[in-house]
Design a protein around this ligand. Structure first.
Ligand code: AMP
Ligand code: AMP
Length: 318
């Protein structure tokens, strides 16, 4: 099943165009100078993996974008994989110009839409369609995920709406997988709370998707998302935050929303959706040491909100 048709040569276009854009220096790949290590952390009764990546060249990245200086208003043709995508041709599919992981790409809206808006049903289904296409056709064995950094404290740097697609490190299992894998498919209702791993010290709301994707219809993913977002909004409100900031992560197995209190850890380390998938990008060795010393799960607790598992929901919830 695929909601929105994707050209059958998408994967070969993606990899072919990526190689030539790197060779012609339209894409500035930083991954060659990255030093990555997987660290295992025992938290309560469970062991989780996190990946710490040390990347000195991160210091040379362009600063934050703005609506006036917006690289997504007119994306470079050399970075454009699909000039039109979506049921109403409302999106483009373009490469991230500064990837750390090969083939990192994004769906961007053609017209300016704010990154502070929630994902629309079409955007969610478009993301899922791409992930299911990649799962079926990408023979590299890589595990893809999609992510969306929403709001001022979510770690986003561009204000024009973009949903990103990246592969996980080989053999790496994100912390969230254990709860998602051990649970049956989510049915959003007042009686079924989103999943949350009580061992992880930050609030995260997870919906397991059905194993058989033919069981999904176009409205299901939107219902899942709105149910998770409602819980995240309630948690933000309960903690006195008047901004709406969260990370959204999607795989073909689960969807997750993580409410965010802050975009930076100790004003030093930017944390976005990759962070809540356990992947930390550090621009110097001191930051790698800081994350190791403080514990990656505690970094996520600090930039997120307290875990709410076991707390009863009440009529004050959105
Ligand atoms: P975020 O930081 O999550 O908002 O993601 C925005 C991404 O856009 C960053 O990861 C940048 O690497 C990427 N980016 C910045 N400038 C450009 C550009 N001119 N073309 C394509 N991607 C870009
Ligand atoms: P940013 O600081 O948002 O410009 O992120 C730098 C680039 O790496 C962007 O393309 C991000 O989406 C991506 N990225 C962010 N965190 C990680 C990570 N932990 N591992 C790999 N890539 C990442």
């Amino acid at each position: 099943m695929s909601f929105y048709d994707i050209p059958s040569d998408f994967v070969s276009k993606l990899t072919g165009k990526y190689e030539s854009a790197v060779a012609n220096e339209h894409i500035v790949f930083a991954g060659d100078s990255a030093i990555s290590e997987i660290v295992e952390r025992k938290v309560k009764d469970k062991t989780y993996e996190f990946q710490l990546t040390h990347l000195e060249t991160l210091k040379k990245r362009p600063a934050k974008g703005s609506k006036e200086e917006n690289p997504f208003a007119k994306p470079e043709p050399e970075l454009t994989i699909l000039d039109s995508y979506g049921p109403n041709d409302e999106f483009r599919v373009v490469f991230n110009k500064f990837p750390v992981v090969p083939n990192h790409f994004m769906i961007i809206t053609k017209e300016f839409v704010s990154q502070n808006t929630p994902l629309s049903p079409i955007e969610i289904n478009a993301s899922y369609s791409i992930l299911t296409h990649l799962k079926k056709h990408d023979r590299s064995g890589k595990n893809w995920f999609a992510f969306y950094n929403c709001g001022q404290q979510s770690g986003a740097s561009q204000p024009h709406k973009h949903i990103q697609f990246m592969t996980l490190p080989n053999g790496y299992t994100p912390p969230i997988d254990s709860i998602a894998n051990s649970s049956p498919a989510f049915i959003p209702s007042a009686k079924q709370e989103p999943l949350q791993d009580s061992s992880l010290p930050f609030a995260h709301y997870v919906a397991r998707l059905p194993d058989d994707i033919s069981d999904l219809n176009e409205d299901d993913l939107t219902m899942y998302f709105s149910s998770l977002l409602q819980r995240a909004l309630t948690t933000l409100k309960q903690n006195g935050h008047n901004h709406i900031s969260y990370n959204f992560c999607l795989t073909t197995k689960y969807m997750m929303v993580v409410p965010r209190a802050s975009g930076y850890y100790k004003d030093l380390l930017g944390v976005n959706s990759c962070g809540v998938m356990g992947l930390f990008l550090c621009k110097n060795q001191e930051l790698v040491d800081l994350v190791k010393h403080d514990g990656p799960e505690n970094v996520l607790a600090s930039v997120g909100l307290p875990n709410t598992s076991g707390e009863p929901t009440d009529e004050y919830h959105y």
